[in-house]
Design a protein. Structure first.
Length: 396
């Protein structure tokens, strides 16, 4: 087995930690970030809040019961993205081989960086120091492969640092429960427990053929390799985004078509902004709908051209929504996303009819989108919006 040169870096309570970095008076206090409405969920909880049993994805109502004295804050995704970019710059300062998994974690292959920065543990400590300079903490796991590095960082949290040498793999890995293996969920775990398997070591000593008969050939081979500490996946840098989107869970179920269309426009506008911020465009528009009975459906349409403006995305999303059964249940969640993404902006065909200023409708929409992006960048995300999204004044 190769020497440990794969780092898994995972930020500690990332969204909550960013809020503390923005406002140092929050340091040491329980901080809970997430949707503030009646159906909101916890996005991130500081470790002070976790001591009271608060966890990510927990309903906010339950979090308030468990930790009523916490500081509750709404999500500030612009700040989280900005900090994520600064963290990514730290990673890129030590190696070009960075595989982001989300805004707050990534794999790094530092095998080619040792002549510049020292051995992998030294590089790991350097990463921690540079992230600490941003006002944040992270946990670093270092191992011969991605599976072991991810396990190391998980076990070392929070603000931890753990190196697994090749000769330590068996003693580290085998005592762990079978759920430590990627791919072991409730169903697979039950199948393994029926064989009397409780630990990773139990799985490692079982013959591969027996595993394949119990859980299927592909999964059996996969689990046998992991249980023996083997994972041949390489760090893949800059994997392109597969889709860009936005979704919203409503404080109350909605049913009125006019209200639904307004929300679709809002989500299309948000998705378009994120596409352009990433320098992307795409051809496939998807809407996601979760009904009051929790049934979730998606509907998609692929166009013969790329798009990146809210007007274009909304046109497709609106058409997809109008194809739904009119007798459907009330709606709990809506989402709009664009996939089939490629570097943008899209190539726009000349339109047959032009306005009096000589510009086609597509060109004018693109210029309007650029102007909105500029205003939002300078004055904030809420500085400008679609006129149809402005609330109608209520009659006295």
């Amino acid at each position: 087995m190769s020497r440990p040169s794969i780092l898994h870096v995972d930020m500690d309570a990332f969204y909550a930690s960013v809020e503390v970095a923005k406002d140092p008076t929050l340091r040491g206090k329980p901080v809970i970030v997430g949707g503030q409405g009646g159906r909101g969920v916890v996005t991130s909880a500081s470790y002070e809040a976790r001591e009271f049993g608060v966890t990510s994805a927990m309903p906010m109502i339950r979090a308030r019961r468990l930790c009523p004295h916490a500081v509750y804050l709404p999500n500030d995704f612009d700040s989280y993205l900005a900090y994520s970019r600064r963290i990514r710059a730290v990673f890129m300062s030590v190696t070009p081989l960075v595989e982001p998994l989300s805004l707050d974690e990534a794999f790094l292959d530092v095998s080619g960086s040792v002549k510049l920065f020292g051995d992998p543990p030294e590089i790991g400590r350097l990463v921690k120091e540079r992230i600490l300079a941003l006002g944040l903490t992270c946990t670093v796991g270092i191992a011969p492969n991605k599976f072991l590095a991810k396990l190391a960082s998980t076990i070392a949290k929070p603000n931890g640092f753990l190196v697994i040498e090749p000769e330590e793999v068996e003693s580290f890995l085998h005592p762990l429960p079978i759920t430590a293996l990627w791919g072991v969920g409730q169903q697979t775990g039950e199948a393994l427990r029926k064989l009397g398997l409780k630990t990773v070591g139990d799985v490692a000593t079982l013959s591969r053929r027996t595993l394949e008969r119990a859980v299927g050939d592909a999964l059996g081979r996969h689990l046998h390799e992991l249980a023996n500490g083997r994972d041949d996946r390489v760090v893949v840098p800059d994997e392109p985004a597969k889709s860009v989107g936005s979704e919203e869970t409503f404080a109350r179920d909605i049913d009125d078509s006019e209200e639904v269309l307004r929300e679709l426009l809002r989500l299309a506008d948000r998705t378009a902004g994120r596409l352009r911020a990433k320098g992307l465009c795409g051809r496939t528009v998807t809407i996601k709908v979760r009904f009051s009975n929790f049934k979730t459906i998606t509907r998609s349409r692929t166009l013969d051209h790329e798009l990146d403006t809210s007007f274009e995305i909304y046109d497709v999303a609106r058409a997809l929504y109008r194809m739904l059964d009119p007798d459907r249940p009330r709606i709990r969640l809506l989402g709009v996303s664009v996939s089939g993404v490629v570097p943008g902006p899209p190539k726009r065909q000349l339109e047959l009819l032009e306005a009096s200023d000589g510009k086609a409708a597509g060109d004018r929409r693109a210029l309007a989108a650029e102007a909105m992006d500029d205003i939002r960048h300078r004055f904030g995300a809420d500085a400008v919006t679609q006129a149809s999204l402005l609330e109608e004044p209520r009659a006295p």
